[in-house]
Each structure stands twice: as C-alpha cells, then as structure tokens.
Design a protein around this ligand. Structure first.
Ligand code: ADP
Ligand code: MG
Length: 703
C-alpha cells in the first residue's frame, strides 16, 4: 500500500461489491439482482448476461485474464478451475474477451474427482457449480496473475450437496424462518430478515520456510511426526501478546493489505500462547460470507508467508507438547434492522425475548451436543481437543455469573426479578481511569461460551471450514425455535405460554450449563454423572451424523437428506484413514531413510573412537556409554518401524470407511507413537550436527 493510500481507499478494491454493482449495472438490473441477494426473489436468468458483462469489464480493468468458479468441495480446501476470457480467434487472428451469463451462473467440474462418499456410486458423476450471488465475486492477484473468483455452491447432477456452502445456505434459510416466527411472537412486525453473524478468530504458526523445507513431515502431513521438546517451551507464557517481531510484523502488514483489498475486514492480530503462534480476526460478517472470508484468510496467510520466506502452518497440532491452533467461531443472530437476538440488554431479567432465545440455545446444544462435537471433528484436531490447552471433548455452555444467576432465579421461583450489575474495576491506583467491568468474567476452558452478545464455539480446528459448525448451530437452534413457536402460537394466552416454555426448556436442559474449569478431571466425572456425552475421538464422533435424531433434524429443515448425511459420514472416515496412511508412510520414509541411517553413521563414528581407545588400553569412555544407549533406542525404533510397516499394509485389507478408520485409530496409531518415542529420545543424545533435520527449537524460536 503506497503511503498516500488509506485503508479506506484500499478496502474492497478487488471486490465486485454493492458500490461497484450500483455504478456499473443498469438501474433495473441492479435492483433485480439486489432482490435476489436479499433473498426476496429467485435469480432472473435474463439479467445474468448483463451482470456477467459488467463483471468481466471490471475484472479485466483490474488485470484479470481468467475467471474461476471458486467452491468448497469436501476435501478440506477450496477448489478452482481457471478459464480464460478469450474467445476463439477471429479470421483476422484477433481475439475477444467474453464472459456470458451462462458461464457466470453455472459451471461443470467433474464431480467424480471430488469426495462424494458413495453418492457418486448411486447417482451420476456429473456435478455443477452454481453462482452464490450473496457472496461477492473478487479478483485475486497472485503468481498466476489476476483471476476473477466467483463464489459458487457445488452439487451433484441430482442436486445433492457435495460442498460446504450448500448446506450452510440451507441452514441459514431454516433459522431465518424460525427466528422470524419467534420475533413475531413478541410483536415485532418490522424485521424482514434474520441472519447468523459470524466472526472467526484464526490461529496459525509461522516458521522459516527454508527450515520447513527440510522437514518432510511438515511438507507431507502439515505436522511434525518426530521432534523432541526444546529446553524452553511455552512455560513462561512470554510469547502471548508479546511484541511482534519485525519479520512477522512485515508479514502481517502484507496480509492485512491483501485481505483489505479482498474486502476482508482483518481487524486484530497478536501473538498467541505458543512460540511462533499468532492469531488474526476479522470483523464479523454474514455467516456465509464469513465462511468464505475465512477460506480467503487461510489462503492469503499461506501465500503471503511464502513471499516473505516464511511458512504458515495451519495444522491443528504441528508440534507435540506445544499448544495447538484452533479457530473460535463467534455466532449471533442479527435482524436486517439491527437487532441482535443474543443481546441481553441492561436488564436481562426483564427481557423475555432474550430469555426465550437463550432457553432455546441451551435446549439445542444439550439435545445435539454430539452433532456440535462432530462438527469440530477433523483429523488434525484429534491431537488437540481434550488436551490441556483446548476445550475438552465434552460440550457444555458457559454463561457467566449474571446469566447463571438469572437462570437460577427462574429455576427456583419460575421468574427472574433482578440482574446482577456490572461494577467498577478498582485498580487501587488514583491516576488510572475507573473502568466499568463486564458483567461477567471469561472462561477460556469452555467450548461454548456466552461472551456478552454472542456465543463463541471454540472447538473448531484451525484448518477446518467453519461451515460445518455453523450448519449445525443454525439448524439445531432453528429446531428449538420451531418447537417453542409451535407451542406458543397454539396457546390461548401467549405471555403465559412464553413463560412456561422458558421455564420448561431451562429446567430440562440446565445440565448443559457449566461455569467451572473445563480442563479439570473433576469436570469429566461431573459431566458423566450429568449424562453429557464425552466423545473422545473423530471415529467416535462421526456416527452422530447418521443417528435417527440427526436425520430427522436435518430432513425436517431441508438442510441434508439422509443420503447426504451418509455420504458425509463416509467422507469423514475416508479422510481420517487417508491422512493416517500418509502420516504412516511419511514416518516410515523419514525414520527408515533419514533418521535411522544418520544415527547409525553417528554410532559408527562413536564405535571407531571406542575401538581406538581400547587399543591404547582405555576401557571406559563416555562414547561407549552413549553407544549402548543408542543401540538400545535404535533397536526399539527398528522394531516399531517393522511393525508399523506391516500394520499399514494390513489396514488396506479393511473395507474403506468405518472399519479401516477404526483400525488406524486403535491399532495403527499406538504403533506410530511407539516409533516416535525412541526417535525423540535419540534426538536428545545424538550430536545436533548429525541429526538430519531442524529441531523444534530451530523451528519455533528462530523466525
Ligand atoms: P472477544 O474479545 O469477545 O473474543 P473480539 O472483539 O476479539 O471479542 O471478537 C472476536 C470476534 O467476534 C471478532 O471476529 C468479532 O468481530 C466477532 N464478533 C463481535 N461481535 C459479534 C457478534 N455480535 N456476532 C458475531 N460475531 C461477533
Ligand atoms: Mg474471542
């Protein structure tokens, strides 16, 4: 960004946003399109040519040569296929730049090349991408030049969703309908839309790219498969919010500028708990746009890091023994006229609408805790969730003192009569300003925490799409709203019915509320006695997708068919097995071809020394001692190596899906750890010069 340009000038510069559309589209076309974007009217295909033409003109002025339908198949990342705007050369050899309405609206990638979890066996392989006009198109500039990216949904020939966006859009529509019903109960006749607002805090690691390139495990799997802890870890907590180092600062500055150009409102950045770990958060946006923006953020972090000779690691647990990365999904419900349904106001005890919404959220989360847990299941997150750094695998809701007190009043007397107030913060220093405290402290250990006017779901993995958890949140809350509205709308006395539903939902689902330390062992016991599920792993979480309860829920609100849910479960199992298969292969490669041979070479040197010392009559030497230790550890490593090789071959004999995934989880994973252990011990005693790759210390402290 040149000095003269302000953020305001740069912001959204590469986005085909409302302002650009108003300037460049004929008034009638603009108004028609706007109606579709706002959900008031289906897309009129006759305006598509005009919109496409304007979009192309604009993109070409920005230097774009190609366009792509940008979509999110179930591979864990985004996909795109670039087509250039040029038409077939004319007789005189010249070409034109063209882009038709048809090309804007519909694309046809080969669906059989993307995960479909068995849907493709039952249905046609053909798949379509469909323009999502609610998420603005943008021009992305990178090494491939400038490309017009059109956010799209991706479906099979028969309309089954093969992506993250389609169910997300469906779930947004479900919650909108039910939330509007709920608002009408309270006499609101003016709000026309209710939209889930989402703000995603993204954590990531940054390491030096040259060192990264010397770590095959990072390259192939995104995480280290070996590595002894450095003498200093994160025990001093001195990195958290610490001063940002110059090299990282330059990188962050570039990231922000790139994101601003793409209309992503990058807002906060800071160092995180672990060394080399950082966080970036944009200002919240409509759920669907926020999910797209989060993908753009992840892509941008990686791309810009490379330009700075750095590597961004988005894996949930790149380093064992060091905090992993997640992303916090902040979620609230906002109307088109600016009402936040999750805002308790100054006197929550008098705010019946808020109480009903809260009661519904508690009911939703308690009833479908297994689904919410599943939405955060992701291969990389396996090594993070439940460890002493991330929320436990048990879903509970933190409300804080003020709301907890209110709910207790409701439970005791059927009615809340007062709200705890926020108080002044006493610092004991006269020259510091008096601050007004929030009514409630924070609880970092809670997976689902109320933070003032939104809920923060903290289980999602750093690499994962936020679409999944928002699909679940939107749909389960829609169901609770729907149940509440069914009862209240049918009742002769609405106020009494509202009151009764609040009391009923809260008393039935209060067990999900927990304000204590989610990391403690006592909580695990307490949660079990409350009957809350503790789903420890991804393979245990996946079945939640296809329970009769889940199928009924998603079908009722038109978010997933049963076939789509089955296919998603299948894809998750396959993703798990594939990732572990790659990790095993990488471990065998690194241990067998690199680490063990290096250690043996080093051992030979030691042996030579021992022999020559013996020749001159010296029988004791430190070398001899070390040799014994090394021999013992290499023996252990070699045994585990041989076993792992056999196990990986056996895994392929299991049917793809659940069986194979379980074999990897319960049989293969322990052997991976058995191989890692002696090798990490070897790293501690073998000469650093002889070790074939950079250590944790090199990666974490030398950026
Ligand atoms: P906190 O300190 O509570 O974590 P931050 O200000 O750091 O809050 O915001 C975290 C994320 O939550 C940001 O992306 C922010 O834009 C988003 N956020 C703030 N208010 C809301 C809201 N009402 N709904 C959804 N997200 C929100
Ligand atoms: Mg936060």
């Amino acid at each position: 960004m040149s000095r003269e340009k302000t953020v305001a000038q740069v912001f959204g510069q590469n986005v085909f946003n409302d302002k650009v559309m108003r300037e460049r589209l004929p008034k009638k076309v603009y108004e028609e399109l706007k109606k579709t974007i706002e959900g008031r009217k289906d897309l009129d295909p006759t305006i598509a040519d005009v919109v496409a033409g304007a979009m192309k003109e604009w993109a070409v002025e920005k230097g774009a040569t190609h366009y792509t339908h940008w979509f999110q198949p179930l591979t864990g990342s985004t996909a795109e296929k670039h087509d250039s705007f040029i038409t077939a050369p004319k007789a005189d050899g010249s070409v034109l730049m063209e882009f038709s309405g048809k090309e804007l609206i519909k694309g046809e990638p080969d669906a059989s090349s993307f995960p479909s979890g068995g849907l493709r066996a039952t249905f046609e392989a053909r798949g379509y991408t469909a323009w999502d006009c609610t998420s603005p198109a943008f021009v992305r500039e990178d090494e491939a030049g400038a490309i017009l990216c059109i956010p799209t949904a991706f479906c099979s020939y028969t309309g089954e969703a093969l992506d993250q966006k389609t169910p997300l859009l469906r779930s947004m529509s479900a919650i909108e309908t039910q939330a509007l019903r709920l608002l009408r109960l309270f006499g609101n006749t003016t709000s026309r839309k209710v939209i889930p607002s989402v703000g995603v805090e993204q954590e990531y690691f940054i390491v030096d790219r040259e060192k990264y390139l010397k770590r095959k495990d990072l390259i192939f799997t995104g995480r280290t498969l070996f590595g002894a802890m450095p003498p200093k870890g994160q025990e001093l907590d001195d990195h958290y919010f610490g001063v940002i180092r110059p090299r990282i600062g330059a990188f962050m500055k570039d990231v922000n500028e790139e994101l601003w150009k793409l209309g992503v409102s990058a807002k906060t950045q800071h160092n995180e708990v672990a060394p080399a770990q950082h966080e970036l958060a944009p200002i919240y946006a409509e759920c669907n746009v926020a999910a797209d923006h989060n993908q753009i953020i992840m892509e941008t972090l990686k791309r810009v890091a490379n330009k700075h000779g750095l590597q961004c690691l988005l894996h949930e647990k790149p380093f064992a023994g060091v905090n992993g990365s997640g992303k916090h999904n902040n979620w609230s419900l906002t109307t088109d006229d600016g009402i936040n349904l999750l805002d308790p106001g100054k006197k929550p005890h008098e705010n019946k609408q808020f109480q009903l919404v809260l009661a519904c959220v508690l009911k939703a989360v308690d009833t479908h805790a297994d689904l919410l847990r599943e939405s955060a299941a992701d291969v990389g997150n396996e090594n993070r969730l439940g460890a002493n750094e991330a929320p436990p695998a048990i879903i509970s809701v933190f409300l804080g003192t003020q709301l907890e007190d209110m709910l207790e009043q409701v439970l005791e007397t059927g009615e809340a009569t007062h709200s705890l107030k926020s108080s002044k913060l006493e610092t004991g220093v006269k020259t510091l300003p008096d601050l007004v405290k929030d009514a409630t402290d924070r609880n970092r250990t809670s997976p689902f925490a109320f933070t003032g006017n939104k809920f923060e779901f903290r289980m999602v993995g750093s690499r994962d799409s936020v679409a999944e958890c928002n699909v679940v949140l939107n749909t389960i809350v829609a169901e609770a709203f729907c149940e509440a509205c069914d009862i209240i709308e049918a009742a002769p006395d609405k106020d009494e019915a509202i009151h009764n539903v609040i009391v009923d939902f809260i008393s039935k689902h209060y067990r999900i509320v927990f304000n204590g330390n989610g990391y403690s062992d006592e909580w695990v016991e307490e949660a079990a006695s409350r009957g809350l599920p503790n789903i420890k792993s991804m393979v245990e979480a996946i079945p939640a997708l296809t329970t009769p309860k889940a199928i009924a829920l998603f079908q009722k609100f038109g978010v997933f068919t049963e076939a789509e849910l089955q296919s998603r479960a299948e894809i998750q199992y396959e993703a798990y097995s594939k990732a572990l298969n790659i990790e095993v292969k990488a471990m065998l490669d690194i241990a067998g071809k690199s680490i063990i041979p290096s250690v043996l070479r080093y051992a030979h040197e030691l042996a030579d020394t021992v022999l020559s010392m013996q020749e001159v009559g010296i029988t004791y030497s430190a070398e001899k001692d070390m040799l014994k230790d090394i021999a013992r550890l290499v023996e252990g490593a070699k045994a585990a190596y041989n076993k792992l090789k056999v196990m990986d071959e056996r895994a392929q004999e299991f049917a793809e899906g659940k069986e194979r995934a379980e074999f990897y989880k319960y049989e293969v994973e322990p052997v991976m750890l058995a191989l890692r252990k002696p090798i990490d011990e070897l790293e501690m005693i073998v000469d650093k010069e002889a070790w074939p790759m950079p250590s944790y210390g090199d990666l974490l402290f030398e950026v």
